[in-house]
Design a protein around this ligand. Sequence first.
Ligand code: CMC
Length: 382
Amino acid sequence: MSASATQYPNYSPGLEGIPAGISSISEIDSDRSSLQYRGYDVHDLAEFGSYEQTAYLLIHKKLPNADELKAFNERLGAERDVPEAVYTALKALPKATHPMDSIRTAYSVLAPFDPDYTAPSTDIAANIRKAERIIAKASTMVGNGHRIRQGLEPIKPDPSHGAAANLLHLITGTDPIPATVKTMDASMTLYAEHGFNASTFACRVTCSTLSDLYSGIVTGIGTLRGPLHGGANEEAMKMILEIGTPENAEAWIRDALATKKKIMGFGHREYKKGDSRAFYMGKVAKELGVEKGNTKYGEIAEILERIMRDEKGIFPNVDFPAAYAYYLLDIPIDLYTPIFVVARVAGYSAHAIEQLENNRLIRPKAIFNGDANLTYVPLSER
Ligand code: CMC
């Protein structure tokens, strides 16, 4: 038991295990290593559904029927494009700007252009319309943001594309093949929502002050950026590349563990028997390796997974297989966390709306352990 836990019996560092709200959006079952969005297993949504069906489910609280999905896709298609001001702002950023900073900035610029900008934050119908625009434009801003930093002009999104196809189209400048779109779509479905993770919780805290949905999204993106959270997928790929070959993997990981290194893409606060999303994404990533004639990363992954399980009882999280799947799809490494954003804005929006439907300011207390009652000494006497 940590010192703080002994000293302060009602305190849990990092709020571990502390319920911080009630939500009907997703359920993580740590014992069964399962994840459901509004009652549906994420594996079924990734295998048989689509990111758009998932986003609809999260925002509209039910799976769409065929007509509802068609209308939803049409609304998203019509909203994919973004105001020129977003591109102007992205063009003004230094070349070395990380794409997570670009997408966070893009949402800040976008907010006042939303036709519902002046609607009160508690107007749920306006929030749903905003959520659809936020979801529609994410892939355009990440894809065209990537073009801009390469000195290329943004291209018009094709309104018939879903989010995964739009993203791939803008990143590569070519029409993506259906198998690649399916892999990206499945990863985005798995990334779309995950309960009270740090960034979603941060988004809810922002909205609980009756601030607006866009501010919640910007807060969420800033929180997702760190390597203990969304940034882990980029760090995991850098680690796999540093390992280089399956032959190096065992010695590398044993040395890393001996020197108490954090292994990126492993471990999870909620899943102690394995991250349900990693099982599915691992299968997709390994199949992709076979299809591409490059099984090296899958082999490195298997060695790391075995040793982490046997030595530490720690399993990969979704960021680990997503990282080498994206690498096999030739996606630049610093776009991995922004892709997470493109998916997760659906979860952020659903949580922001849920928070605002039944709001109470989120304001926990601190256990004070600093000095008290000191005598003020005038500046000239210190
Ligand atoms: N590599 C090595 N040791 C680890 C790891 C890891 N990835 N994860 C946990 N441990 C050890 C940790 O050192 C600690 O050992 P000890 O008790 O001897 O000090 C023990 O396991 C418990 O770890 P913890 O850090 O207290 O667990 P937590 O619930 O606070 O942390 C975590 C969860 C995700 C922050 C942590 O597992 C981690 O830092 N993982 C690497 C970063 C990562 O992959 N993050 C992505 C999270 S999931 C998807 C997402 O949100 O993006």
